[in-house]
Design a protein around this ligand. Structure first.
Ligand code: SF4
Length: 299
C-alpha cells in the first residue's frame, strides 16, 4: 500500500517538552507528523506507534503529514519560546534544574518523525527550518536521525554550528542489518557509519545513539568502530527507554521475540550493562546512558 502523503500547516511547530525529553531539551520540533520509516526495522519497536493522538486510527508508517509552514512557524514563535525556555526554571524540580543548567532554548529534532525521510528531498521542510535557524539560532540543536541522508545538508551545517551548539545523533542500534522476521532498516549500518564519519570529519559533533540496543554480532568491533566514527555513544535499552514501566510497550511488539532469536539475553537490562562495559573500554569518558546520554551528559 502506498504511503498517504498530505500537506498541512501547523500553529506552533515548537513543542515544549514533557515526559522522557523533559531534561533533554526545552522543545521538540517535528517537520512532519508521521514517519515513513515506520515500516522499516526501527518502526517495529518505535514508541510513537502507540500514540493514538498521532495515529488517529491510521497504521504507523502508512501516512505522512508534511508541515509546509514549519519554518515560518519557527520564526513566528521564536521570541516567545526562547524567552520561555531561558526563564522557565520554576517548572523543573531542583534535581532537574541542577542537571540541565544553564537553562537554554534547546531543540530536539525530531522525536516522533525523522528529519531526513526520503520525502524531505521532495518537500524540503527540514532544510527550510535549518535555514531559518541559521538566521535565528536556538541555543542548542540536536538533529536525531536513522538516515545516512543527514549528510545531504552539509552545506548548511557549518554556519549553523557557528551560531549554536549543534549535535548530531545518528541511530545505529546494532552491527546487524537484519533481525529474523523483521523488515530491513531504512538505511544500512554501513551507510550510517559512513554518514557519521563524514559529519565528524567536517568537524561536527556526532554521537551514535544505540537506541534501542539490539543484539550484536561482534560488540567489540562495533564499539571500536563507533569510537572511530563518532565523538560519543548513547546506550538505551527498551527497558527504561520506551516510556513504559519495564518495557511493557515494546514487549507488545514483535521486536523482543526477534531479538531473543539472535541473543536470548538481549531483552534483559543486564545486556545493556554488558554492552556498556565494552563501550566504556573503547570510548572512555564518551558514553551516555538513556536520558542523560540523549541530553549530552556523557561520562
Ligand atoms: S525514524 Fe524514529 S520516529 Fe521514525 S519510525 Fe524510526 S524510530 Fe520511529
Amino acid at each position: 500500500m502506498p504511503v498517504d502523503v498530505t500537506q498541512t500547516t501547523i500553529g506552533n511547530v515548537l513543542t515544549r517538552t514533557t515526559g522522557y525529553l523533559r531534561t533533554v531539551t526545552s522543545h521538540s520540533l517535528q517537520p512532519y507528523r508521521g514517519c515513513t520509516f515506520g515500516r522499516a526495522l526501527c518502526g517495529v519497536g518505535c514508541y510513537v506507534r502507540h500514540n493514538g493522538h498521532i495515529l488517529r486510527g491510521r497504521s504507523w508508517g502508512d501516512f505522512l503529514e508534511v508541515r509546509t509552514n514549519a519554518a515560518e512557524s519557527y520564526l513566528a514563535h521564536y521570541d516567545r519560546e526562547a524567552r520561555w525556555a531561558r526563564q522557565s526554571s520554576s517548572i523543573y524540580t531542583q534535581e532537574e534544574a541542577r542537571k540541565i543548567r544553564p537553562l537554554r532554548f534547546s531543540i530536539f529534532c525530531s522525536s516522533s518523525t525523522d528529519p531526513f525521510l526520503p520525502q524531505e528531498f521532495q518537500f524540503g521542510i527540514t532544510r527550510a527550518i535549518l535555514e531559518a535557524m541559521v538566521e535565528r539560532p536556538p541555543d542548542e540543536l540536536v538533529l536525531q536521525t536513522h538516515s545516512h541522508r543527514v549528510t545531504a545538508y552539509l552545506d548548511l551545517y557549518p554556519a549553523l554550528a557557528k551560531r549554536c551548539d549543534l549535535r548530531f545523533h545518528v541511530s545505529i542500534e546494532s552491527d546487524l542489518d537484519r533481525l529474523p522476521g523483521l523488515p530491513p532498516p531504512a538505511s544500512s549500518v554501513e551507510k550510517r557509519f559512513a554518514a557519521c564519519a563524514t559529519l565528524k570529519e567536517a568537524g561536527l559533533r556526532t554521537i551514535v545513539t544505540v537506541s534501542p540496543l539490539l543484539p550484536m554480532d561482534d560488540a567489540e568491533q562495533f564499539f571500536a568502530r563507533v569510537a572511530e566514527a563518532a565523538d560519543g555513544v548513547v546506550l538505551d535499552h527498551f527497558i527504561q527507554g520506551d516510556g513504559s514501566a519495564d518495557g511493557n510497550r515494546t514487549f507488545r511488539t514483535r521486536l523482543p521475540e526477534a531479538m531473543a532469536r539472535v541473543n536470548e539475553f538481549a531483552t534483559a537490562l543486564a545486556y545493556r550493562d554488558q554492552m556498556e562495559a565494552i563501550a566504556r573500554r573503547h570510548l572512555p569518558g564518551r558514553v551516555g546512558l538513556g536520558i542523560d546520554g540523549f541530553a549530552g551528559r556523557l561520562t
